[in-house]
Design a protein. Structure first.
Length: 432
């Protein structure tokens, strides 16, 4: 049994997915933590305290504790602004570990800022670390340009983390290739472990789901689900549905699921307003439904009710939603980028199309709309694929192998034990 510290500075496993800065990483950390505990390991998840009412610790489930670390104001702070608080995060985390005598065997950092914390913990306590980046700064900057709000030193931090981590977890082959070509990471340190899905949460319920959502039997339903941000390419999906109508004479019901709370006025609200305006401009008001946030318990119905799930981001480090759609036997049309390229098998579980290409998307949608038997065959093939290698249990088992090799490497190198690191003390250590 290992004692594992998962660090996820901005993405709490307790946060409902779909909100601002709440998405795939939250799901990843929550499910990985639970499955590691189910395999017999002890797991602590360290995440930033983002509300004054948060208790110092909460249970996520048997064997999993969430530790809310005071770092910065106890309120929402955009992740692009959090780097300045990571020294405080590290200081409180180290103090908590010392006070509790937790003797963690390994730290698994999630995102580059959590990696900064892991470096401090390694220096202070001699605990080796593994890191999953979830997104790379140079890739983000290449795709988003000036819209990237992270500090300019992010790539330099990522390079240092790749040099110091005992193991680097890439989520797909493209992720690994980017680390090698853009960062000159050591190939032998990188291991590919994908994301997953929960078979106890997601399975096909098509007929009941369509009745529940009020979809007619003859209605071709397209689902887009995720955060409402420009890089997700939702405008491309809306334009693709318009092209389906104009070029092929086919109507679709597009469900755009996710987005900010009703009265939110942040950046996602601005993007939602832009998408609504595009919908009106293209004459799709009667065909497109913006559902707003969807509770996790209802995702199964949305995935199952759709005739096709569409996701065409500019780039995607992995992308959990295609797996979740396939778990509900729904074919996927996805952008030929990043992790989607490795999970969606073109012509077998769905189709791959270029991002920002509504005409290509419309062509594939027309194929599925006109050939429902083919669509069902693709959906069933996707269902088999995810059960064969993408359950969270199988992900956790593969991750345990990564952890074992990381600990072995640290032992072989004689990693020193308790050091000085950052000054000890802090709110968490005083409360426990």
């Amino acid at each position: 049994m290992l004692s594992i510290a998962l660090i996820s500075e901005h993405a709490s496993p307790l946060a409902p997915p779909g909100g601002i800065d709440s998405g795939g990483q939250n799901v990843y950390v929550a499910h990985l933590a639970r499955q590691l505990a189910a395999l017999g390991h002890r797991v602590d998840v360290f995440t930033r305290r983002d509300a004054p009412e948060r208790p110092p610790c909460e249970n996520l489930g048997d064997g999993v504790r969430v530790v809310h670390v005071p770092a910065g104001p106890p309120c929402f702070v955009p992740k692009e602004k959090l780097l300045t608080y990571m020294d405080d995060f590290a200081r409180h985390t180290i103090a908590f570990m010392r006070a509790q005598d937790l003797a963690h065997d390994l730290v698994h950092a999630n995102f580059f800022m959590s990696g900064v914390v892991a470096q401090h913990v390694k220096g202070a306590l001699g605990i080796p670390f593994v890191i999953t980046f979830h997104a790379l700064g140079l890739v983000r900057r290449r795709e988003q340009g000036t819209a990237d709000g992270f500090p300019a030193l992010r790539p330099a931090i990522e390079r240092s983390l790749m040099r110091e981590a005992e193991r680097i977890v890439a989520e797909c082959p493209q992720d690994r290739e980017d680390m090698l070509s853009l960062y000159e990471a050591e190939a032998e340190r990188i291991e590919i472990v994908p994301c997953g899905f929960d078979p106890d949460e997601l399975w096909p319920v098509r007929a009941a789901a369509r009745r529940r959502l009020g979809l007619r039997d003859d209605e071709f339903a397209v689902l887009q689900l995720g955060r409402i941000v420009p890089r997700k390419g939702i405008d491309n999906v809306i334009s693709g549905v318009a092209a389906l109508r104009d070029a092929y004479g086919l109507r679709a019901r597009l469900l755009v699921a996710g987005g900010p709370p009703r009265f939110d006025d942040g950046p996602e609200a601005a993007e939602l307003a832009r998408l609504r305006a595009l919908t009106a401009e293209l004459g799709l008001r009667e065909q497109v439904i913006f559902t707003g946030p969807v509770p996790r318990a209802e995702l199964r119905e949305f995935y199952s009710a759709a005739d096709v799930f569409v996701t065409t981001p500019w780039y995607e480090p992995f992308g959990i939603t295609p797996l979740e759609a396939m778990a509900c036997a729904t074919p996927v049309v996805g952008a030929d980028v990043g992790g989607i390229r490795s999970t969606v098998v073109d012509g077998r579980t769905g189709y791959l199309v270029p991002p920002r290409a509504p005409g290509a998307l419309a062509e594939r949608l027309a194929d599925l709309a006109r050939h429902p038997r083919r669509a069902r065959r693709l959906g069933l093939a996707g269902l088999r694929r995810v059960h064969d290698g993408y359950t969270w249990r199988s992900v956790a088992e593969r991750m345990c192998g990564v952890y074992a090799r990381a600990v072995w490497r640290a032992d072989a190198q004689g990693l020193p034990g308790q050091g000085q690191g950052l000054p000890s003390g802090g709110a968490l250590s005083k409360q426990h």
